[in-house]
Design a protein around this ligand. Structure first.
Ligand SMILES: *[C@@H]1O[C@H](CO)[C@@H](O)[C@H](O)[C@H]1NC(C)=O
Ligand SMILES: *[C@@H]1O[C@H](CO)[C@@H](O)[C@H](O)[C@H]1NC(C)=O
Length: 168
């Protein structure tokens, strides 16, 4: 059997086993976050900051998979681009074996890392996320993971806009 054939067979067997367990066996998962231009380079979204469209972000997620006899993890990485509101988003439907709404806070975890910015605001500030907020619906086994905001800084701090006292 080809590797692809074996993988499909394994997936079918898993689906059958999970289907017979009676528990909700697939999850709806949304992972999202935003990127802004930290105009005064003080890691805050101030009056002059704005959301950055077109930013490439690498997202990596680990999910705990619950199968009858095994506990496994799935790990994956995808790249996304922020929309006009500076938002990047990954939506996964029917993720077999993941019970995101029941697991403890850190059993399922995603992080995002800046890759590139198309604008002149392109000096990385907060480069990678360190935390996430999870909103869970147990009944629907649906979860939204909202990641820490990321930011880029302009190459130079504009004293006319930000004041002359440099901030950390
Ligand atoms: C995401 O982008 C990075 C940097 O360009 C690249 O190294 C990586 O292979 C990309 N990952 C995917 C899944 O395309
Ligand atoms: C960052 O700098 C801007 C401009 O000087 C200021 O308005 C804002 O309050 C500062 N934010 C923090 C957290 O210091």
């Amino acid at each position: 059997m080809s590797p692809a054939g074996a993988a499909i067979s394994a997936a079918v067997v898993c689906a059958l086993l999970l289907g017979s367990s009676g528990a909700p066996s697939s999850a709806e998962i949304t992972v999202m976050g935003m990127v802004y231009c930290d105009i005064c380079s003080n890691n805050s979204f101030s009056t002059h900051s704005y959301f950055l469209p077109g930013v490439q972000v690498k997202m990596e997620c680990t999910f705990k998979v619950i199968a009858p006899r095994t506990a496994e993890q799935i790990w994956f990485s995808v790249n996304r681009t922020t929309n006009n509101h500076g938002i990047y988003k990954l939506q996964l439907s029917s993720v077999d074996g993941v019970q995101c709404a029941r697991d403890k806070q850190l059993a399922n975890f995603c992080k995002a890392t800046l890759i590139s910015s198309p604008s002149s605001c392109n000096s990385p500030g907060f480069r990678t996320t360190t935390d996430q907020i999870a909103v869970k619906s147990r009944r629907a086994n649906a979860c939204i993971y909202s990641l820490d905001p990321l930011n880029y800084r302009p190459p130079r701090r504009d004293d006319a806009v930000c004041g002359t006292i440099p901030q950390s």
